[in-house]
Design a protein around this ligand. Sequence first.
Ligand code: GCO
Ligand code: CA
Length: 261
Amino acid sequence: MKLFDLTGKVALVTGSTHGLGMSMAKGLGQAGATIVVNGNSSQEKIDKAVAEYESAGIKAVGYKFDVSDEAQVKDAIQKIENEVGGIDILVNNAGIIKRTPLAEMEVADFKQVIDIDLVSPFLVSKHVVQGMMKRQSGKIINICSMMSELGRNTVGAYAAAKGGLVMLTKNMATEWAKHNIQVNGIGPGYFATSQTAPIRVDGHPFNDFIVNRTPAAKWGDPDDLAGAAIFLAASASDFVNGHILYVDGGILATIGKPSNE
Ligand code: GCO
Ligand code: CA
């Protein structure tokens, strides 16, 4: 299906050494894209991830850089464009979460969450879009959250960043659509990843709460995100712009139900 074919495309997925970033990147790779793998913890982790993509038959190249450091971002994007090719698809996925009640949260911690989860998507996009504008073609996907729409105790900084990312997505779409660049978001529901591991343990009240709160009655399987990523990266979505595609098992469709139902 040509509409969903990414053969010959270069896709930079930030934070793609593990978790949802890796699942979405694998989907893009299986649709034909070359994956530029990014992380910032260690070169070893990147090398391991690249090997994992390759063993799945996906072309992958690793670049270690900090998405919140403009000098590093500029340098890495220049290298990627020279060494791999023009970036056709950018997935702003890298992010962090801190679970602390707002009244007790240090300002520095709040700012760090905003910096990585909101400023970095702007920063990376700002540099990647230069090439996209020259080529008059590009796809940017910002990874949002249930917390783009809903509040929850202890995740205020993350929610502020992810809510902001929705408006950043709409504004990028507004400014860049005329260059044939589509900017959309994916809003994952509750997925089984390392980020949610501490709140997913069996017997933890949050685990039962999520299963009960989700009409699909389960945590998402990270592989369930690949289809949305492929759609928003492919020509199938060429007139879809500024939209957030929530992949949440129906959470946002409902107020929820009492625990005895
Ligand atoms: C939490 C979770 C969430 C998710 C996700 C939901 O503590 O509530 O970690 O914030 O990770 O982004 O969409
Ligand atoms: Ca190309």
